[in-house]
Design a protein. Structure first.
Length: 312
């Protein structure tokens, strides 16, 4: 997520927060006394290793190389799609994962780039690693009615430019695009859903509860790559994993109403504190489990119809 470059209201809010609350981003209070959680399962360990590898890369090209290397382990063709923006050349990564070529497309995506401060572990190595994990799961057990592809967008931090380039250059319109941005900790799956009757809202509500998580779903959500799809009137949702008590403060800041206490997200993102020390792999895997199950329910409900159930 890139508040300062994508949203004028957030830029104002962020400026007020820095001026009135803190002279500089402060580390989360818990960071001084609580060690980063240890992975409690193989899935949590594998996801954490992917986040660490992406975050450890020296630059955005290195982050893309780490992602491509992990996709290569799935024995899928990784396509590098170059584009040009006002900020210079960029590269998106695309790969087909599983499913019949003539089936409607479920596209899973996350941005791979980061800002210059910190390592971008939360924003957005975490979301990129979620897409890698789901790619592996859907390859091992394909969906019944949709083929699955994945995308990793470049220049999100400069204004969603990679995702916009895909849409504007004739990339295939998916039956459903599902975005992941900021998926590092918390008890709540935060879902941007343009319609409360979208089939994925109901399925995610149920599967999140089964995983011991809450769901917050609605249209109020920070701008990220799903916006490029919605701007083209293509079906899209987005997921984050955060603390439920953070959401009102985040939305208040985007509305130009700084909260009295900055949510952890706003203390970490785009600062030197966006490092592996903030990541909770066990919470993340609970979120991944919930979203995988929700997507499988959504796919089953489609019943082989050419348009995904619940897409609007």
């Amino acid at each position: 997520m890139t508040p300062s470059l994508r949203s004028a209201p957030f830029f104002i809010a962020a400026s007020l927060l820095v001026a009135c609350a803190h002279p500089a981003p402060q580390p989360p209070a818990a960071n001084a006394t609580v060690a980063a959680p240890v992975p409690a399962s193989a899935a949590a360990r594998d996801w954490l290793e992917d986040v660490d590898a992406i975050a450890a890369a020296a630059d955005n090209a290195g982050r893309r190389a780490e992602i491509a290397q992990r996709l290569a382990l799935l024995d899928v063709e990784v396509r590098t799609v170059a584009f040009q923006s006002d900020h210079g050349p960029g590269e998106n990564l695309l790969a087909d994962i599983a499913g019949n070529a003539d089936a409607p497309l479920l596209l899973l995506g996350a941005h791979s780039d980061r800002v210059g401060m910190g390592t971008g572990a939360t924003d957005n190595a975490s979301g990129s690693a979620v897409v890698l994990e789901l790619a592996e799961r859907f390859q091992a057990e394909p969906l019944q009615h949709h083929r699955v592809a994945v995308a990793f967008w470049d220049q999100e931090e400069l204004g969603l430019l990679g995702a916009h380039a895909f849409v504007q250059s004739g990339g295939q319109q998916p039956a459903q695009y599902v975005n992941f941005d900021v998926f590092g900790w918390g008890d709540t799956v935060w879902m941007m859903a343009p319609d409360p009757t979208h089939a994925l809202v109901a399925s995610t509500q149920a599967t999140a509860a089964d995983a011991g998580l809450k769901l917050s779903a609605g249209t109020q959500y920070p701008p990220t790559d799903h916006r490029a799809f919605l701007d083209a009137q293509w079906p899209a949702v987005s997921y984050s994993l955060v603390g439920g008590d953070e959401i009102d403060g985040i939305l208040g800041a985007y509305a130009g109403k700084p909260p009295a206490t900055m949510p952890k997200v706003m203390q970490v993102l785009h600062s030197e504190h966006d490092t592996m020390s903030q990541i909770d792999p066990n919470a993340a895997v609970r979120g991944i489990d919930a979203i995988e199950s929700a997507l499988r329910q959504w796919d089953a409900a489609a019943g082989g119809v050419g348009t995904a159930a619940g897409s609007h």
